[in-house]
Structures are given as structure tokens and as C-alpha cells.
Design a protein around this ligand. Structure first.
Ligand code: ARG
Length: 578
């Protein structure tokens, strides 16, 4: 149920009777229900363009407004607001519908093929803190769209192709490490170490760099030995990464891995085709696409290289091929990329080239949901004490350890096993929530102390609110699942809570559109707070009349279900006891 949307449409309908112009009324949930449950907030602005007083415009709107059962009353308040009161019997009927719906009444869409490109770590390197945002924000989007009935294709575009593999193979051979690798005796940490050393050698040793390039060619030509080494490198890396995904409660699995290597066979054809279509030209052996849409520092069209002089392909070439594949083979209707903001220009260029070459139609929905960085308290990028990037696994372990310490002080009597389990859930949830609750488009300051905190807009607060409601429900002798008694909404806190519960669909739709998990966090925080207000004002287990008890139990149960579903969309687990 999207009440805000209904109100907007009704007001728009009334405005369309008054003028041909297309006005966009701004509808808001109010903070104080004395001024209605909802408000039209931009009446002054609209009335200005009519050249009449807001109150006079209100009178006109009311003349044409189709006031149905949903509306209790509508009035005007100075200086220029329309206050809308929702009928509580109508609210009660809507709650009834969602109470018996396993999807909380949220309708399914006719399915679209939507690609969510997220996480995308690189091979032979451990995931670091820079991968967190893409991984968890992208996962929220995948879960949201899937819940709405879409066919979501999770795409983990891992960095598993390129010249670095020639260097790695050359180095593993040089250090006689191939057997160790094939016998699973090298860890990802070892590989990262080897990667650094091999790169240094490549830069300083000419013979070695020649060898490396030979291995690149061999690998590209499908040499069996090189291929099996490459496969092992990918396997060791991703094996560790899947552990991280599991720990993070992220839904990425093996079958979602569609790395750069997926498109390797397309690259040469793409370059030839771009040349044939006169989109790319060859200059001193390098193949370049010049784009008038982008200017370089000297004001000339910017060149995007798609093939180097040594015949190697680039990150852009792969992304062009990948987009072609996503449209032709995966029949994408919408492609959403979760990559940090520094790659925005790269994506725009790739999209333009793919359109120019007719690989994708003009109307394919392409979105870059970029995000800012995590900063430390001194507003610098979040790093280890010695200035290195923080490994994601170390970061997660630190969160779990901090949660464990907190649990030990609050619940020292729990068994060791329970403490570990709880610490895992609380620690990971807290990290995820701390990130997801920030507007993704900006940088944010990460603060350990604020994160694992039972107060404020944090995961523990919401999780605790959920367990508290569940324990209230447990105390009741009434079987809640089949309750026939309709919800009775009398007290303001009951009505506010009911409206908040019904707002859930609007929030989900907003995320599906914009990929902004923070609106869900804000919503869950408000829902939990509204429940607290309700709990303070209304007795749930000990009411004078049994029907009031039943009604309030039902409202509580709906709150708990909504909290749980909301957390689930965020990829955050609930716990039974805290
Ligand atoms: N592996 C890349 C990186 O670490 C991110 C890939 C994002 N996806 C894409 N289709 N380019 O920067």
C-alpha cells in the first residue's frame, strides 16, 4: 500500500481540473498528527504560479478532490499546508490485508531482467575495505528487486583477466612454486605476496618481463598448462571470497561469478567491428575511439583506447563486450553497476561506445549507483595504523571481537558457543548497518563506537526492538497467527504505528528505483521508535477488554514482521534473544 502515492495522484487529479499545467504536489508524512497524518508541503509554490492565495487554491482543489473512504478529513493550515487525515477504519482494513499476506501485501511486478553488477574483487588479492560498499549495497538492491518479482541476475565482474596473469605465471615458474600451487599449498595471502614481488620483478628485470609477456600470449592462446595455473589462482582467491560473502550474509554465489575472462573471446571481434564501423581508428598501432562527448585538458575529443600497441585489450574493451553480452545473451532490461564514483567516466564512455556500435538499444536502462568512501575520524581514507589498506577479513573479525566484548559484559552467563554465534551476527550486522544507513553517494566517517551501540539508528537497536516485540508476543496465551479480531485504532500512537507499517511498500519501491538502502534504515529506525511510543501509551498484554488485547497483539506482530522483512532486505539477520 502506497498511501503517499494515492494522495499524490488524487491531488494531481484535482489540480488537472483547475489547470492544464502539470503540477507535482509534494506529499509528506507529518511528524505531529495534530496537522494531519500527511501534508501537501508545496502548496505555496503551486499557488504562486496560479497567482492566488494558498487558501484560495485549497478551496478550488477541494471542489474537485475525489474524497473517498480512505480520507477522514482534509483541511488547510496557514501559511499554506493541506493537512490530510486518514480514516482509521480504512487503515484497519488495510492492515487486515497485509496480516494474512506472506508478502506483507506488497505486489509483485511483471518481471524484468535486471543485472546487478556488484562486489567485483580482483584475483590474487585479498578483498579490502574498498570492496565493502559495492558488495553490501549491491546485495540490498538484488534482494529488493528479487522480492518485487524481478528476474535478478547477480553479476560478480571479478578482475580475472589481463597481463598480470602472465606476470604471476612467470613468477610462479621462476620461484618453482607451480607444484605448491597445484597441490593447494598456497593461500590467498601467499598469492598476494607473490603478486607484489612479481610486479617488482616485472618492472626491474627485462628478461623476466619478456617472459611474462610470452605467458600472457600463451594464456590468451589457450595453452593448457597456463590455463590450469590461471584457474587455480582464480579458485584460491574466490574460495576465500565466498567465505567472506557467507560471513557478510551476502547472497553472491559461485554461479554469479562472471568475471572479465567471460568476455575474452569477444574482444578482438569488438575491436575489428568498431574499426569497420569507423567508430574506432588505428593510430601508431593503438586503436582508439574518439568521443566528442568528452573533452581532454586541451579541449580536444577524448580518446578511449580499446587495443594497445602490443595488441592487449583494456578494461574498457571488456566492459563494452560485457554490456553487449548482457543485452544480447542475458536479455537485460536494466543494468545497474555498483562501482565507486571514480569509475563514472569510464562507464559513461563504455555506454556511449556500445550505443554507437549498436550493441545495445538507446532505451536500455543503464545506471551507475556510485558511492563515496569510508573515512576515518581524521577524514582521511580508512587505513591500518601503518597506512595500508585494511583487509576486509581483518575488518570483519575486529567487528566480531568488539561485539564479543560487549556481549561478555552484558551477558557473561551465556555459553561460549552462544556468545560466538551472537557476536558474529551482531558484529557483522553492525558494520553493514553502519554503512547502509549512510547516503551512498557521499563519503562517510566510520566510527567503531557509534556502530555497535544499542542507542540510535544502529543495527543492535533495531534487532533489539525486534526481540523485544517477539518476547511480548511469547508471553501472550493468545494464538496470534489466526487472530480474527480486526485491529482497532483509537490512540494516536496506534494510528501512527499503523500508518508507518503501511509505509513499508513505499520504501521498498524507492530502493528499487534509486538503490538507496539508507531509506530502509531510516524507516526501520522510525518504525521501532513508533513501536516504543505505542508500547508506552498502550498496554498490550493487560488490557481491560480482550478484543483490545487481540488488536494490539496483531499490531505488534505486524510491526515485528515488517522489521524482520526490512532487515532481511538489508541482509541483516534477526536474533531470538539479545
Ligand atoms: N574489478 C573492478 C575494480 O576493482 C570493478 C569492476 C566493476 N564492474 C564492471 N563492470 N566494471 O575496480
Amino acid at each position: 500500500m502506497n498511501i503517499k502515492y494515492i494522495i499524490k495522484k488524487d491531488i494531481e487529479q484535482a489540480l488537472s481540473k483547475i489547470s492544464d499545467k502539470n503540477y507535482k504536489p509534494l506529499i509528506m508524512l507529518t511528524k505531529n498528527s495534530k496537522f494531519g497524518h500527511y501534508q501537501v508541503n508545496n502548496l505555496i509554490k503551486i499557488s504562486n504560479s496560479f497567482n492566488i492565495k494558498p487558501n484560495d487554491l485549497f478551496e478550488k482543489i477541494i471542489l474537485f478532490f475525489k474524497k473517498n473512504y480512505m480520507y477522514e478529513k482534509i483541511n488547510f493550515s496557514e501559511p499554506g499546508f493541506i493537512n490530510i487525515f486518514i480514516n482509521s477504519s480504512w487503515l484497519s482494513e488495510e492492515l487486515e490485508k497485509i496480516f494474512f499476506s506472506p508478502r506483507l501485501g506488497i505486489k509483485r511486478f511483471s518481471p524484468k531482467n535486471i543485472i546487478v553488477d556488484y562486489s567485483a574483487p580482483n584475483i590474487a588479492k585479498e578483498m579490502h575495505i574498498g570492496h565493502l560498499r559495492s558488495t553490501i549495497i549491491g546485495d540490498v538492491m538484488a534482494r529488493t528487486l528479487e522480492f518485487l518479482g524481478h528476474n535478478v541476475i547477480r553479476a560478480n565482474h571479478i578482475g580475472d583477466w589481463g597481463t598480470q596473469f602472465g606476470i604471476l605465471i612467470a613468477y610462479l615458474k621462476y620461484e618453482k612454486l607451480i607444484n605448491k600451487l597445484q597441490n593447494n599449498l598456497l593461500t590467498l595471502k601467499d598469492l598476494e605476496h607473490i603478486y607484489c614481488k612479481s610486479k617488482n620483478k616485472y618492472d626491474s628485470d627485462e628478461f623476466f618481463s619478456k617472459k611474462s609477456r610470452e605467458y600472457v600470449v600463451k594464456l590468451q592462446n589457450g595453452d593448457k598448462k597456463c590455463h590450469s595455473i590461471w584457474k587455480k589462482l582464480v579458485y584460491i582467491t574466490m574460495n576465500e571470497n565466498y567465505k567472506i560473502y557467507k560471513k557478510l550474509n551476502v547472497t553472491l554465489k559461485k554461479e554469479h561469478t562472471m568475471g572479465e575472462s567471460t568476455y575474452k573471446k569477444m574482444l578482438l571481434k569488438i575491436v575489428q567491428d568498431l574499426k569497420r564501423k569507423k567508430i574506432a581508428i588505428e593510430k601508431n598501432g593503438t586503436t582508439i575511439v574518439y568521443l566528442d562527448e568528452f573533452k581532454n585538458k586541451s579541449g580536444n575529443s577524448m580518446g578511449v583506447i580499446v587495443q594497445k600497441r602490443d595488441k592487449g585489450f583494456l578494461y574498457s574493451t571488456t566492459d563494452i563486450a560485457c554490456l553487449k553480452y548482457r543485452y544480447e545473451k542475458l536479455h537485460a532490461d536494466r543494468v545497474i553497476y555498483y562501482i565507486d564514483s571514480r569509475q563514472h567516466q569510464h562507464l559513461l564512455q563504455v555506454w556511449i561506445i556500445a550505443k554507437k556500435a549498436n550493441y545495445i538499444p538507446e532505451n536500455l536502462l543503464l545506471e551507475h549507483h556510485m558511492f563515496g568512501m569510508m573515512l576515518s575520524k581524521n577524514k582521511r581514507p580508512f587505513k591500518t595504523r601503518d597506512g595500508n589498506t585494511i583487509k576486509l577479513s581483518d575488518f570483519l573479525n575486529e567487528a566480531i571481537n568488539r561485539a564479543k566484548k560487549l556481549i561478555l559484559t552484558k551477558k557473561p552467563h551465556l555459553t561460549h558457543k552462544k556468545i560466538i554465534k551472537l557476536a558474529n551476527t551482531i558484529g557483522i550486522s553492525a558494520i553493514k548497518y553502519a554503512d547502509l544507513s549512510k547516503n551512498r553517494s557521499t563519503n562517510y566517517i566510520f566510527d567503531w563506537d557509534k556502530m555497535i551501540n544499542f542507542e540510535g539508528n544502529t543495527a543492535p537497536y533495531i534487532q533489539y526492538a525486534y526481540t523485544r516485540i517477539m518476547s511480548i508476543l511469547k508471553k501472550s496465551t493468545i494464538s496470534i497467527h489466526k487472530l480474527k479480531q480486526k485491529v482497532l485504532l483509537n490512540k494516536p500512537s496506534e494510528i501512527n504505528l499503523a500508518i508507518k507499517i503501511l509505509e513499508f511498500e513505499e520504501i521498498i519501491l524507492l530502493i528499487a528505483d534509486k538503490g538507496t538502502p539508507h531509506v530502509m534504515c531510516k524507516y526501520l529506525y522510525e518504525l521501532a521508535t513508533y513501536f516504543s511510543n505505542f508500547y508506552e501509551e498502550c498496554s498490550i498484554l493487560f488490557c481491560k477488554k480482550i478484543k483490545i488485547c487481540k488488536s494490539r497483539l496483531k499490531l505488534s506482530f505486524l510491526t515485528a514482521r515488517t522489521l524482520k522483512k526490512g532487515l532481511n532486505i538489508l541482509g541483516i539477520k534477526t536474533v531470538k534473544k539479545m
